[in-house]
Design a protein around this ligand. Structure first.
Ligand code: ZN
Length: 317
């Protein structure tokens, strides 16, 4: 106990030193180049790489989207770092001179929240689901450490900013002439998943409830049973355009195939193994070749099967 306390204190001291060294250089750092995809008349997204966070991609491995109304702008996701948020702002300014007034974090992950302080420093209101807020308040420091491991000095200037606004089930925001609804469908991928719904445009920015180009990850905290129910509620809205948490804009049929159908497939295969008193090894061997072409398949497929097995085995007691 004492040993681990001492160790973690040392670790925090070491990380603080690294953070302050990098922070000193924040203005000397170049910014990453971001390509902006125009999703609709009012919605844009900087589509991140559909793989892990790396030094080369600056931690830009998720979608950083924004909505431009007739009076103001809402940004969805702070991104992995201060400089990534700043790079997104540079792109927004090329499209509109209107002020960014809201930043929405689609969950509690580092690539959703670590860039928050850039926006908060400008007076932008930051909002997330209440579970994402409490999780990030507890685990944010660890997310920050992981980010510096990957992107080193490119993380310069990044400091933790826990969202100042939160909600439980839904939150309506009138963004100038555009109605925006922040919706919580239930548990899914990570603590505090939310989706941003534009009812007039029938566009949904799903957060990590929907995947298609990369294989989704089942984390120890991921509730795959609830995820299916949350997903059903989401597609009941019948969105015409889907901007997923990762990968290019798409449609409902595509995200259903690679999210809902994948989870159903894994859960059914595991259920069969459990019925036959099979073990974890059998779960690892589940044939997932239908999804082999997806990015992150090699890193995640076997792990996902193991986690679903462990969860369903616990649920069966
Ligand atoms: Zn994500």
């Amino acid at each position: 106990m004492e040993v681990s306390k001492g160790l973690s204190a040392k670790l925090i001291a070491a990380v603080s030193l690294i953070v302050s060294l990098f922070s000193a250089n924040v203005f000397a750092q170049p910014l990453p180049q971001l390509n902006i995809t125009k999703v609709s008349e009012h919605v844009y997204s900087a589509i991140g790489e559909t793989k892990a966070s790396t030094y080369e991609n600056w931690g830009h491995n998720n979608n950083l989207s924004f909505i431009v109304s007739d009076s103001s702008v809402m940004v969805i996701n702070g991104g992995s770092s201060y400089l990534l948020a700043k790079a997104l702002h540079r792109e927004i300014k090329k499209i509109t001179a209107l002020p960014v007034v809201w930043l929405v974090n689609e969950n509690s992950q580092g690539h959703s929240m670590l860039g928050n302080s850039y926006w908060a420093d400008l007076g932008v209101a930051v909002i997330a689901h209440e579970d994402a807020v409490s999780t990030f308040a507890e685990d944010g420091q660890r997310a920050l450490e992981r980010m510096y491991n990957f992107i080193k000095e490119r993380g310069a200037g990044t400091k933790l900013h826990v969202p100042g606004h939160q909600f439980s089930n839904s939150k309506h925001i009138q963004l100038g002439n555009i109605q925006v609804q922040l919706l919580r469908f239930g548990e899914a991928h990570t603590a505090g998943d939310l989706s941003v719904w534009l009812p007039e445009q029938q566009i949904i920015i799903t957060g990590d409830i929907a995947f298609h180009e990369r294989l989704l990850a089942v984390f120890p905290e991921t509730n795959t049973e609830q995820w299916l129910l949350s997903f059903e509620k989401m597609i009941a809205l019948q969105p015409q355009i889907v901007v997923p948490g990762h990968g290019a804009p798409t449609d409902v049929a595509t995200i259903k195939k690679y999210t809902y159908d994948y989870i159903v497939y894994l859960r059914s295969a595991v259920a069969l193994i459990l019925e036959q008193d099979g073990d974890l090894e059998a779960a690892y061997a589940i044939d997932q070749s239908t999804y082999k072409h997806l990015d992150t398949f090699d890193e995640l497929a076997v792990k996902n099967a193991g986690r679903v097995f462990q969860q369903m085995e616990m649920d069966s007691f």
